[in-house]
Design a protein around this ligand. Structure first.
Ligand code: ZN
Length: 207
C-alpha cells in the first residue's frame, strides 16, 4: 500500500479507532517500511502524555528532594500567578471604567416620606460612588434618558431645572420600567432633577 495512505491512517491507528482490517494492513506495511515505522513511533510518543507523567513524578517526590532549580521554578510560578491575578483584577477595573465611558449611567435612590406633597431634589451616585445633586451630560455617549426602575412600584413625576433654578422641563410622568428621553437638554450644562411620588423608595437611573 502507498506510504501516504498509511501516514494518513496513522493518527486513527494510534487513537485506536481503525477497523481490524486497517490495523492489519498498517502493521503489515510498517513491518517492511522503515519510513512509516519511524513515523508511527514518533507519533506514538505523545508529548502531552509525557508531560503529565513528568508532573506526576514531581508530585510524588518529597519537597526537600526538589532541587534548587526546581524550587526556583515553583516560586516563580507562584509569583507569576499572583501577578497575573492582580493584573487581571486591574484589567477588569479598567474595563469597568471604559464601559462607564461609553455607557454612562448614574443612579439615584430616593426615599419619599410624605408622598406627593413637595418636589424633592434627586442626588445621583455615579460609577465612582460620588454623589451629585445635578446631572451633566459631559460626554457624547449619554443617551439623555431617565428611567423609572422596573422594580419601583409606582409612577413618578419628574421635572428638570437649570442652574438658575428655572424649570426647563415641566413635570412628566414615568411608569415603572419605562424611560423618557430628554432631547432638549444641552451638553455640559448642569441640570437639577426633582421628583414627586407616593411614599416609598425609588430607584431612578439616568443613562
Ligand atoms: Zn511506508
Amino acid at each position: 500500500m502507498n506510504c501516504n495512505i498509511i501516514k494518513d491512517l496513522l493518527p486513527s491507528y494510534i487513537d485506536g479507532i481503525c477497523s481490524e482490517e486497517t490495523v492489519a494492513t498498517i502493521e503489515k506495511h510498517t513491518e517492511h517500511c522503515q519510513g512509516c515505522k519511524e513515523t508511527m513511533q514518533m507519533m506514538q510518543q505523545q508529548p502531552t502524555v509525557q508531560l503529565i507523567e513528568t508532573n506526576v513524578e514531581a508530585v510524588k517526590e518529597p519537597f526537600k528532594r526538589i532541587n534548587k532549580k526546581r524550587r526556583f521554578q515553583v516560586i516563580t510560578a507562584i509569583l507569576m500567578t499572583f501577578m497575573l491575578t492582580i493584573i487581571g483584577y486591574q484589567v477588569v477595573q479598567e474595563v469597568g471604567v471604559v464601559h462607564q465611558y461609553f455607557f454612562p449611567k448614574v443612579i439615584a435612590i430616593v426615599e419619599i416620606e410624605d408622598g406627593m406633597e413637595d418636589w424633592q431634589s434627586i442626588s445621583f451616585t455615579d460609577f465612582h460612588f460620588k454623589d451629585r445633586d445635578y446631572l451633566i451630560y459631559d460626554r457624547l455617549f449619554w443617551k439623555r434618558e431617565i428611567v423609572n426602575d422596573a422594580n419601583n412600584e409606582r409612577d413618578v413625576l419628574l421635572r428638570v431645572k437649570d442652574e438658575k433654578g428655572n424649570v426647563i422641563i415641566d413635570d412628566f410622568q414615568i411608569s415603572p420600567g419605562k424611560s423618557v428621553k430628554l432631547d432638549g437638554l444641552k451638553r455640559k450644562e448642569k441640570y437639577f432633577f426633582e421628583i414627586k411620588a407616593p411614599q416609598g423608595r425609588y430607584s431612578i437611573n439616568a443613562v
